[in-house]
Design a protein around this ligand. Structure first.
Ligand SMILES: Nc1ncnc2c1ncn2[C@@H]1O[C@H](COP(=O)(O)OP(=O)(O)OP(=O)(O)O)[C@@H](O)[C@H]1O
Ligand SMILES: O=C(O)[C@H](O)[C@@H](O)[C@H](O)[C@H](O)CO
Length: 164
C-alpha cells in the first residue's frame, strides 16, 4: 500500500517473483472512468473506489485459488478500504511504502507513459490514513533500493523461495 509513485508495483513484482507467487496490480482493475478521472487531474472519491476494491479482492482470490501466494500492489489509502479488502480476503499482510514527498514527486516525474499526474500526489497524501498497530503494517522506506525492500518484506513475513 501507499500513495502513487511510491514503488508498490516495482516492489510487489519483486516479492512475487522471489516466492514464485502471482503479482497483481490493483491499477489494472480500475474501470476506464476511474482512469479517465485521474488522468484529467481529479482525485477518486470513496464512491469510485468501492467497486474497484471489490474487483481487486475478487482478482486476488481467483489468482490464489491454486494455493499460490498472491502479492498485489494497491494504494489502499484509507482504513475503510483496507477493511473492505480484509473482509473479502481474510488474512492480508500489509507493507506500507512511505517516503519524502519530494522523492515521490521526482520518481513520478521520471515515469513515462503513466496516466497519473503529479498534481494528484497531494490529494493522495491527504487521503492517506496511516495503518494502525492493529493492522500490523510493515513500514518500508522508499529511499532504500527495491531489492532491499523486497528482502525486508520476505524476511519480515518469513517468506522464502520454494525449493526446487
Ligand atoms: N525503491 C526505489 N528506488 C528507486 N526507484 C524506485 C523505487 N521504487 C520504485 N522506483 C521507481 O519509481 C517509479 C514509481 O514506481 P512504481 O510505478 O512501482 O510506483 P507505484 O506505487 O506502483 O505507483 P502508482 O501507484 O502510481 O502506479 C518507477 O519509475 C520505479 O522504477
Ligand atoms: O486509490 C487511488 O486513488 C488509485 O488507486 C491511485 O492510487 C492510482 O490508481 C495509482 O496511484 C496510479 O498511479
Amino acid at each position: 500500500m501507499g500513495v502513487c509513485g511510491t514503488g508498490k508495483t516495482t516492489v510487489a513484482r519483486l516479492v512475487a517473483e522471489a516466492v514464485d507467487g502471482v503479482f497483481l496490480d490493483a491499477d489494472d482493475f480500475h474501470p476506464p472512468e476511474n482512469v479517465a478521472h485521474m488522468a484529467a487531474g481529479l482525485p477518486l472519491n470513496d464512491e469510485m473506489r468501492w467497486d474497484w476494491l471489490d474487483l481487486v479482492a475478487k482478482g486476488v482470490i481467483e489468482a490464489g485459488c491454486d494455493g499460490r501466494t498472491v502479492v498485489f500492489a494497491c494504494s489502499a489509502l484509507k482504513h475503510s478500504y483496507r477493511d473492505r479488502l480484509r473482509q473479502s480476503l481474510g488474512v492480508m499482510h500489509l507493507a506500507h511504502l512511505t517516503g519524502p514527498r519530494d522523492l515521490i514527486a521526482e520518481r513520478m516525474a521520471a515515469r513515462e507513459n503513466h496516466y497519473m499526474p503529479i498534481a494528484l500526489l497531494d490529494s493522495q497524501l491527504a487521503d492517506l490514513e496511516m495503518p494502525g498497530p492493529d493492522e500490523a503494517p510493515l513500514s518500508c522506506d522508499i529511499r532504500e533500493a527495491p531489492e532491499a525492500l523486497c528482502a525486508q518484506i520476505l524476511n519480515a513475513w518469513g517468506l522464502t523461495a520454494p525449493q526446487v
